[in-house]
Write a protein that binds this ligand. Structure first.
Ligand SMILES: [Zn+2]
Ligand SMILES: [Zn+2]
Length: 160
């Protein structure tokens, strides 16, 4: 028998929160962008986004359409997560999602040169991690500059 241990799948709400945070927006800022000029419109969007992220709105399709222009996420990934959350035993395929920023194949991060991220090597059974997030979190992959040798003998003499 082939025991397939399915790793915990990110919830749709967590997915949307991570994508919003990766874009650097607060919920208030999203409400400003999407809710329009009226204060009630903004308050409504704010409330909906909070509930969406808390997992209270399962399939808030109209809100999701409104959020498309506000920050970058992949609707197909979101829909797959919604289906999987509704039925955890279903075989809905979930594409790899970065565990930190929730980017995915059709919705990658871009560096300052416009270069898309890729997948960083992770241990077996670990959730995917993109190269952008590994650069952020683990600063030991960069080149280490040797610390210049102390060169203060002369100065010490002058100061004395
Ligand atoms: Zn990432
Ligand atoms: Zn990424």
């Amino acid at each position: 028998m082939n025991a397939t241990t399915s790793a915990a799948v990110m919830s749709p709400g967590t997915y949307m929160r991570k994508r919003r945070e990766a874009a650097g927006f607060s919920i208030d800022e999203i409400a400003m962008m999407v809710g329009g000029k009226s204060a009630t419109g903004r308050a409504e969007i704010k409330n909906l986004v909070e509930r969406l992220e808390a997992g209270e709105v399962g399939q808030a399709q109209s809100l999701v359409y409104q959020l498309v222009g506000a920050f970058s996420f992949d609707e197909r990934v979101y829909s797959a997560l919604v289906l999987r959350a509704a039925d955890p035993d279903s075989r809905v395929p979930i594409p790899p999602i970065c565990r930190v920023c929730a980017c995915s194949f059709f919705d990658p991060c871009h560096d300052l040169q416009g270069e898309a991220c890729g997948w960083a090597p992770v241990g077996e059974g670990e959730e995917p991690l993109c190269t952008m997030c590994i650069d952020d979190g683990e600063p030991d992959s960069g080149e280490q500059q040797p610390i210049p040798a102390a060169d203060n003998d002369a100065e010490a003499c002058n100061a004395a």
